[in-house]
Design a binder for this molecule. Sequence first.
Ligand code: ADP
Length: 225
Amino acid sequence: MGSILSVKNLAKIYKSGSNTLTVLQHIDFDIEEKSTVAIVGPSGSGKTTLLGLCAGLDRASSGDVILNNINLNNLNEDERAWIRNQHVGFIFQNFQLLSTLTALENVMVPLELRGASNIKEKAMELLEKVGLQDRASHYPSQLSGGEQQRISLARAFSNSPKILFADEPTGNLDTETGERVEKLLFDLNREAGTTLVLVTHDLELAARTQRVIRLKGGKLLDNAE
Ligand code: ADP
């Protein structure tokens, strides 16, 4: 099977005044289509930065991120947003739902942005998929952390992404709720073939993926399969 994501000699350097901070360097790996991968490493090792670069949320200082055969580093911000809209799902540790919108409206937003038809019905179907159809009219503040994360999953599933990036998706959840969210993610991989790339400090979760990429001090420790 082909690779859906290729990272080549990637580096990220933050500059502020005369200070430079090299957060990532010499990062090379390929991720197979339809596979599940965990990115692990100590706090501050660059995991979140790497995930953001792979998902096109941010741009590398040098090197290439080739997602679905398109080199993100040749694209401007609008073009990267378009690619994200088409192919990518992203899940944050702190859910990042819009607090002034209901659960249903949060799921409708990305459908609306893509100009989909029957968005209310589609959003309802997505809520059903994560078992939260009865919470459609609730606001995020009226939902538990696990429910909010399931809404953010429904939102991330809305474009049937080829690849889904998740930054500590279970990090703020208790064990039982975390397992429910995990199951939804792995079901998506199994049923729809969505490639999963998870940043996690949970080694049990990492062990359930097909491959672990280890970072330390902004470099790959190894990427043995
Ligand atoms: P991890 O996810 O492994 O904890 P991060 O990718 O969040 O690591 O951060 C890696 C390093 O990059 C840290 O030293 C952090 O302070 C630094 N960093 C992250 N974002 C920025 C930024 N926008 N500007 C400057 N430094 C940053």
